[in-house]
Ligand binder design. Sequence first.
Ligand SMILES: NC(=O)c1ccc[n+]([C@@H]2O[C@H](COP(=O)([O-])OP(=O)(O)OC[C@H]3O[C@@H](n4cnc5c(N)ncnc54)[C@H](OP(=O)(O)O)[C@@H]3O)[C@@H](O)[C@H]2O)c1
Length: 411
Amino acid sequence: MPAPMGDEMRLWQVRNPGPLSQTLTLTTAPSPSRDVEKGKVLVEIAVVGLNPADYKLAEAGFVARLQLPFPKTLGTDFSGRAIAVGSDITDIKPGDNVFGRMFPFNSAGSLSEYVIASYDDVAVISETVTLEQAAGAPTVAQTAYQTLAPVVKAGDKVFINGGSGGAGTFCIQIAKALGCHVTVSCSTTKVALCQELGVDEVMDYKKTDILAALQSGGNKYAVAIDNVGNLNLFGSADKFLLPGGLFRLVGAPSSLSTAWNLGYNLLSSKYLPAFLNGNKNTFNAYVTKNSHEDLAQVATLMAEGKVRTVVDSVFPFSEVLKACQRLGTGSSTGKVSVHRCPFTAFTAFTAFTVFTVFTAFTAFTAFTAFTAFTAFTAFTAFTVFTAFTVFTAFTVFTAFTVFTVFTAQQF
Ligand SMILES: NC(=O)c1ccc[n+]([C@@H]2O[C@H](COP(=O)([O-])OP(=O)(O)OC[C@H]3O[C@@H](n4cnc5c(N)ncnc54)[C@H](OP(=O)(O)O)[C@@H]3O)[C@@H](O)[C@H]2O)c1
């Protein structure tokens, strides 16, 4: 049951580009109207899954000014409950659990109590999937789905650079769900997680030179997905991709060398002939698109238990800055999320449930102990009393008999 909507809602905004520690503020704004337009869904937010772009874009100085409207409400991914739905939408109903992704370059963001999402931004998620699981998926699961599903077939070998973050953990699971053979790179402490998610081969980048290992392994991968962008792997793709293979750059540091490599790789993939060091493979810098159909596919995979969100850490709504700082370390294992629920009905419900279960348990234990104790006491008393009575009766009877016999003999 959603909490009643007040006239105002809380939201986390940045008024100007710059470090979040100086710009991020918790503020209020009028709550959206329940009369939503066609093609829109009003959602009460429960959990927000964070993505590196949430803080990177807002901190990007003058570049941020070119890309984002300010003030900007942070956050893209969310899960929650549909409150009102445009009259033309038939597959989402008020009361449904939903998950989705706000368009990152709009002023509205998901670190807010309510959002109005477009139909393409949102889909229903099964109640068997927790809202925390759902909130971690929209950007990274759509990225993994969109970069892999249209281009791989069962049996293809796929290489994923960076398997342990939000994007990597979904790439592994979706590639496996599509029947691929998956090799990933990750650091030593995350090898076990990647194996648990189903990878076939792991390269530990702390112990192995990834570029050398790829070059010496031969041309075997149909697709490579790069979530890290640290090594300009595409420059050597002719040595590890199958002829005509596809290299997709998903993530990379914001730097001049990244920009240079990006430009050069596009040029060498599309226009440079082999004798001018042109690359025979296709290079693609991928940008995730919001798609209702793709979200619905992800929802199905999650409901079927084929993919799940690996949760790195969870923060309350009051600690968004700490959550962004955790993600900003660049070494999270899966997703960092922010719960809005602890401040609303969810807290009350959880507290009530814990209290009820605890009280019921205590009462039951006390009652059982008391009953057992009473039963034990009664049983003991009964046994002692019976034994005593029997013993006394027997003694009296024996004494009486002996006395009678003895007395009879006397006469
Ligand atoms: N193009 C798009 O539309 C799109 C969509 C989603 C994400 N992205 C981008 O993709 C990147 C990854 O996103 P994310 O959400 O997965 O980030 P994340 O959750 O912060 O994950 C970062 C992961 O990268 C691993 N890592 C760091 N250096 C590595 C290396 N040298 N080799 C292998 N793994 C390494 C880290 O593990 P260790 O600590 O063990 O190193 C960590 O698990 C970001 O740049 C993000 O902005 C782009």
